[in-house]
Design a protein around this ligand. Structure first.
Ligand SMILES: [Cu+2]
Length: 489
């Protein structure tokens, strides 16, 4: 059964389509943990009949690099694989050092790194360090193509604050498909401030990475990447939710503060995340930094490519179960079982980081970007991405104000490579910027017909000939041309 006809977010139609593929029980393989699937839960999207979350959450392996002559080397293989997302089925996938998604790379401010990507696919790809501040030739954008069989090394020194970044393909016109098939992984950056904070930081125990995605599977249980025009416009929103590549996942945590490093790794779905019981949590970090202080929330909205780190206090929840839910689609991502405390409690402090903040008065220049398009063509400032055109030349070390307007009736966002920015206005007002958006960011959500103003500064890495990209991170829009290039001069 192909799902080309699936046009809307309608729960009713989603349920119909899911039930059409049979009683698929969930037994997604985990990357490091074995799954325990002894039930036959239905992959049902209806929130009223919750599926049985019986597959253990996979925690991506943590790579800390091998130090060779003072440089941390990470060796990564981009490869084809097979993954059982549902019991008794096999799906052809792409992955990094595995069959779906890839390991988490850990590094800290000041580290010299060499991330060596070997392309073992039968087709070219690239690998972009999303959120990484690095030279243009190490960016892994559309120009750093890795041919089949070749190895490409991203070599640079980490020069930025603690945050959660990620790597993913960025091949012109093929980014969406490559990510959809499973190529992506997290990068955890620490700095002098972060290592001294009394926050949860035991990877996989109280510091838990969550890559949130959604997918369609076809009748053969292959990943169905076939968006129609409407889905390209409005989002290719799959009916099956994946958490670290696992369908209907559960995780056991201890009765203490738990930190989730959440990436919206979807192609084009906006998630409105919170806990099913409405409990509050603290957001502690945005895309590229900690917030100065934790922000109390019940929900956090993430558009594709954005990250949020949150801390949930589960000290009083021993033997209880809560669910992480996407309230926009009305589906649960993760069942969380709270067990007895075995490690030291933490107490997330009120002061997390000091951020250098710019104001309008610091800006020496401004630029405007409009996001527009129709059908299968998308534009920034009226033109589609052309690899041979440098759209903007940005002077180094100059603070600028960029205004980005979404002129369409569909969702977009705006991502800038190699830098982080501060969001200062939504729809012309500083008061529209929420407290949890006040850390450094590299991707900002822009709802239909809305606008944002951001403060941008390219602090180094001048290069007159090699550009970086800015683009909408809804991958179908990016692949359809909603991207441009800039050099730092
Ligand atoms: Cu877009």
């Amino acid at each position: 059964m192909k799902r080309r006809e699936f046009l809307t977010l309608s729960l009713a139609s989603a349920t119909l389509l899911v039930s059409g593929c049979g009683d698929s029980s969930s037994s997604g393989n985990s990357m490091v943990s074995s799954s325990s699937s002894n039930s036959s839960s239905s992959n049902n999207s209806s929130s009223s009949s919750s599926p049985n979350f019986s597959s253990r959450l996979a925690i991506p392996p943590l790579l800390e690099g091998e130090s060779i002559s003072g440089v941390l080397h990470f060796d990564l293989s981009i490869q084809e694989g097979k993954r059982s997302f549902f019991e008794g089925t096999s799906t052809n996938t792409f992955g990094v050092n595995g069959s779906f998604l890839g390991p988490t790379l850990k590094m800290k401010n000041g580290d010299a790194v060499s991330i060596n990507y070997t392309n073992n696919l039968n087709e070219p790809t690239t690998m972009h360090g999303h959120g990484m501040h690095l030279p243009a030739v190490m960016d892994g954008g559309v120009h750093q193509v890795i041919q089949a069989g070749e190895t490409w090394s991203a070599q640079y020194t980490v020069k930025q604050k603690a945050c959660t970044n990620w790597y993913h393909p960025h091949l012109m016109g093929k980014t969406a498909e490559h990510v959809y098939k499973g190529i992506a992984g997290l990068m955890i950056l620490e700095d002098e401030e972060s290592v001294n904070l009394d926050i949860p930081k035991t990877y996989g125990v109280d510091d838990i990475p969550l890559v949130l995605q959604d997918r369609f599977f076809d009748a053969d249980m292959e990943l169905d990447y076939s968006p129609n025009t409407m889905q390209i416009m409005r989002g290719y929103i799959g009916d099956t939710f994946l958490t670290n590549g696992v369908v209907n996942a559960f995780v056991d945590v201890q009765a203490k503060e738990i930190r989730f490093r959440i990436l919206n790794g979807s192609n084009s779905t906006v998630y409105n995340l919170g806990f099913k019981d409405g409990r509050s949590f603290k957001q502690i970090a945005t895309d590229n930094s900690f917030l100065e202080s934790p922000v109390d929330l019940n929900r956090v909205t993430l558009s594709p490519g954005e990250r949020a780190e949150i801390v949930v206090d589960m000290s009083n929840l021993e033997n209880e179960t809560i669910y992480l839910k996407d309230f926009f689609q009305g589906k649960d991502f993760l069942k969380i079982n709270v067990k007895a405390l075995e490690i030291a409690q933490t107490k997330t402090p009120e002061s997390l980081a000091s951020l250098k903040k710019y104001t309008i008065a610091d800006a020496l220049n401004s630029r405007r970007f409009t996001l527009s398009g129709s059908m299968r063509s998308f534009y920034i400032n009226g033109v589609s991405m052309d690899k041979s055109v440098i759209n903007e030349k940005i002077p180094v070390n100059q603070v600028e104000v960029w205004e980005v307007k979404n002129q369409m009736g569909v969702n977009h966002n705006f991502h800038i490579h190699a830098t982080h920015f501060l969001l200062i206005e939504r729809n012309g007002k500083t008061s529209n910027v929420a407290d949890n958006e006040k850390g450094y960011k590299d991707t900002v959500y822009i709802p239909p017909n809305e606008s944002v103003k951001i403060m941008v500064k390219m602090s180094d890495y001048t290069d007159k000939s090699n550009p970086y990209m800015y683009h909408c991170h809804f991958l179908e829009h990016e692949d359809a041309g909603m991207m441009g290039q800039f050099t730092v001069i």
